[in-house]
Design a protein around this ligand. Sequence first.
Ligand code: ZN
Ligand code: ZN
Length: 417
Amino acid sequence: MTQGAKGIIFIGDGMGGRPCPELDGQTTVEAANTPAMDRIAREGSCGLMDPISPGIPAGSDTSHMAILGYDPYKHYRGRGPFEAKGVGIEVRPGDVAFRCNFATVEGRDVIDRRAGRIKEGTDQLAAAIQEQVPQIEDVEIIFEPSVEHRAALVLRGPGLSHEITEVDPHDPDVPYLDSKPEEGAKDMAAAEKTARILNEFVKRCHEVLEDHPVNRERREKGEFPANIALPRGAGTAVDLQSLEARYGLHAAMIVEVDLVRGLGQYLNMDVIKVEGATGGQDTDELAIAKAVVAALEDHDFVLANIKAPDLGGHDGNAQMKIEAIEKVDRALGHLLESLDWDNTTIMITADHCTPCSIMDHSGDAVPIAFFGNGTRPDDVERFGERACATGIIGHPRGMEIMDILLNMMGRAEKFGA
Ligand code: ZN
Ligand code: ZN
């Protein structure tokens, strides 16, 4: 049991955005009905944050790293290791880890990069891959399913490198690619070997999945078969100081995406899984909020993330994104009712913008608001991109957030005498 002030960072993934023509020029956050966020903004301290630095579109992984105070430019080694660690694969020095998408291909053409956002059966598909492709040359293959269409792959063996090009073309209706050594790779022989093994893995994976019963059933139902796994984001193990050692905070993480969960594990946070937290539009936001309240009983700090707003952004679907933002708001409403705000400080934010007009992450700043213990009110009346721009916190970067929060919590150390 820990005593003293508590802190929360609550993230609506990709919740920030740009004005939408179909919303009369409002952003999705501005258009959504968000009484809890608006109260947090009205009574708390607001601002805009550049997750990494101005104009840099952040990934969820690099943004969460930065918001927790770990410089991604120093520590980031690709997202593969986080995804792998998040699904429980240990990534050892020398391993090369990838995130994968289950996808649909015809010949070499990628028809759907997410296999129709497959939700069920990926554990059976992954088991078939693991059983039938346990090794290529002298390299062990470790393959595990993650949330929805996502999976993780680790290559373990001598002489491997992460300096190889992508297999996943990232665009629909084009062929998937052969991995090659990156130009100027430090160890060209290792990069050539890794690319060769990865290409062989993709080929074998397609053979295993093409006629798998799960896919036969999907075809019968008129759904896209998940008949290939496309690896991307090669990376090697990272070495990060634990959050507790860094800030003296006994910390927990409640997030829905294995990629971010993996970061939490690297930081030695208690990574708490919540029943009903699906990572999708149907997630149980109240279960997540209740888990945050419960975690604060024996932790000083909790980082929580609800993934759904990012999905609407990537789909270019403003209405879907608004509904997801309103889910985040209901979770925050539960926190407002349940916690002792004389002793607790919360920061709400997005980890990046995912504007519907771009259908991907942008480098725009995101609205932020701090509420509770140690905050100073400003004139901001509601939560949103333009309202928060006039707030008292101003315009910090992600890397500065933990210092701001620790100060409000009364846990900052004096610099000087
Ligand atoms: Zn994100
Ligand atoms: Zn995203």
